[in-house]
Design a protein around this ligand. Structure first.
Ligand code: KIV
Length: 265
């Protein structure tokens, strides 16, 4: 794998080549993922749950994001490192910019991920104009879990679907480099993927996205409680964590994963 940049990912979308994304929070998992040719490594604020043992992402601080991002970026030469702006770190566009600068300069991230559509348009434009690569997270927004009332599929009602589609188009126009769609019906994700020129990463969003992401512990069967229906345990059919990451990459790139069983209709 050559070094992955935003240009690489845009070219992959244009040529119809899918790419893989997984979360990592430490050096050992990051090395295994880069060796498996995972194009994008996401240092997600899901670390609040899978590393800290909390019930949501809301307790994750900027210092924690910087610490985990640095642990990942220190050992990666080729994968693109994307890092989450955690809850309430992007209240103003200026705050989002100074916190993005921390993720990039102290943490070594190449791209920041921001949850939200219309409300984040100005922020996305502000960051983009100042040279920050941005991934916009739409659909289920874990940082809004208390407002939404739980982790559930978004965009089933026609007006909700239209809002997510128009947010996607507006974010692309504002300069976002990648979209991430979480827990939306496959048909809506396919429509959005076909409507934008930037790559779309899906999680619980069907096979027609340009890329897939999952939480690394989930694909190793290390989920506390019942795994979400869009999760697949790749360790079950392999002999090591390294092989499980390789199987995930292979199945994402070939379109074997996700199947209908991992998809919302
Ligand atoms: O924080 C995270 O790991 C995420 C993924 C679940 C997409 O945002």
């Amino acid at each position: 794998m050559n070094k992955i940049t935003t240009t690489t990912l845009k070219k992959m979308k244009a040529s119809g080549e899918k790419f893989a994304c997984l979360t990592a929070y430490d050096a050992s998992f990051a090395i295994a993922q880069e060796n498996a040719e995972v194009e994008v490594i996401l240092v997600g604020d899901s670390l609040g749950m899978v590393v800290k043992g909390q019930s949501s992402t809301l307790s994750v601080s900027m210092d924690e994001m910087v610490y985990h991002t640095a642990n990942v970026s220190r050992v990666c030469q080729k994968s693109l490192i994307m890092s989450d702006l955690p809850f309430a770190s992007d209240i103003t566009k200026e705050q989002a910019y100074s916190n993005s600068a921390r993720l990039i300069s102290e943490g070594g991230a190449h791209m920041v991920k921001i949850e939200g559509g219309t409300t984040m348009l100005e922020t996305v434009e502000f960051l983009s104009q100042r040279g920050v690569a941005v991934c916009s997270h739409l659909g289920l927004l874990p940082q809004s879990v208390y407002k939404v009332g739980g982790y559930r599929i978004q965009g089933r009602a026609p007006e909700e679907a239209e809002q997510i589609l128009s947010d996607a188009l507006a974010l692309e126009k504002a300069g976002t480099d990648i979209l991430l769609l979480e827990c939306v019906p496959a048909e809506l994700a396919a429509r959005i993927t076909a409507s934008v020129e930037i790559p779309v990463i899906g999680i619980g969003a069907g096979v027609n996205c340009d890329a897939q992401v999952l939480v690394c512990y989930d694909i190793l069967g290390l989920t506390s409680g019942t795994p979400a229906s869009f999760v697949k345990n790749f360790l079950a059919d392999t002999h090591s964590i390294q092989e499980a990451f390789e199987a995930y990459v292979k199945q994402v790139k070939s379109g074997q994963f996700p199947t209908d069983a991992h998809t919302f209709n």
